[in-house]
Design a protein around this ligand. Sequence first.
Ligand code: PA5
Length: 440
Amino acid sequence: MISVDYSKVLDFINLNDLPRIGQEVTEIHYMLHKREGAGSEALGWLDWPIMDHKETIAKINACANRLRKISDVIIVIGIGGSYLGSRAGIEFLDNYFSDKKPEIVYAGHHLSSEYLCGMISHLKDKNFSLIVISKSGKTTEPAVYFRILKQILESKYSKEESKERIVVVTDPKSGILRNMANKEGYESFDIPENVGGRFSVLTACGLLPLACAGFDIKKILKGAEMAYQNFLNPDVLKNDCYKYAAIRNILYRYGHKIEIIANYEPKLNSLSEWWRQLFGESEGKNGMGLFVSKVGFTTDLHAIGQYIQDGERILFETVINVQKVNSSFYLPEDKEDADGLNYLLGKNLTEINNSALIGTMLAHIEGGVPNILINLQELSEEVFGYLVYFFKKACAISGYLLGVNPFNQPGVEAYKDNMFALLGKKGYEDLRKKIKQKGL
Ligand code: PA5
């Protein structure tokens, strides 16, 4: 499914580093699986791939088929862990410029009114449905968009038909969304209490939108199950997932404090965003953690490539390479060779892209940027499920290596409180006074 090549890191670390950190990793492995570490109440994702999900899969597929029949557009409303995973999967698997029906669009992942106006005009004369996803059920961005889109839906369809066009994915028991679903009779799915937002892509949170987009969610879970089995070995030298976690921490300890995920296939851009949120929100705590960033090459070689090659030496790259692509396009011959490209005749675009990857890796390594290379066999449902589990487990191990609780996100609350105070929400009066005193 995937293979991980660490050979381009060895010049930057000491040979004994890996076995040394390996002892810590093995201890963390047992702590994780015995559920004894910080945040262990949120480990529902760990054994998820080997649990029986037949009933849920059938229910998700039935719901997706129903929505697909009645919708030209399905709007997935959510933010952070409640939307990045499904978007990552859909873009990973979809064709470019697809005019597949239904169209999947996203909302509630920001507060732009320009976007909303554009969306409303796009929906004119189209049949649409809403999938609203929020574990807590109270996040402002999706809640605001849901209220507005629900009213538009209800003004287009009868109350009864509107209900058929709204599906809720939220906490099984509590929260505003759960109460709304119960009261209104919306079809609903659970994000289990013990699975946090950014670890929830293999639950209905990610799987329902993926099924609506026409993908085989059984295969996604199959891939995750293979990853589960392959990454059980407590020995860091025999477990690529743990090796990835260990190496990024070794590099961090040597001062490579920024990890950039790089791809050469734009279908992976949203996967990179999901990865960035997974690691950024899990690890950036207590004044610690790798700063995680993303680039899409070769596009970004013309944007940030100079810095990577030549700027401050605090970076390393994790490069994702897709080994098998479905299309290959050969450069046509031009007798005049006016553009000087005839030296590429007989080569297809994938080979040219591959040369860019190898050439860039070599240049960056020579420039002092360690590179980890992750090869994906292909862009399939199984590989997506496998990769998602690989990163989730690596993130848990890596967070514990850093000494933080990888499963909470206390820092995300600070901006929300200020925003509530500024917008006059009840209960935030003291904070509002404090903000005013600062002259803001
Ligand atoms: O990973 C997380 O927990 C967060 O990114 C959440 O997913 C995000 O804040 C959205 O929260 P909710 O699903 O409660 O709306």
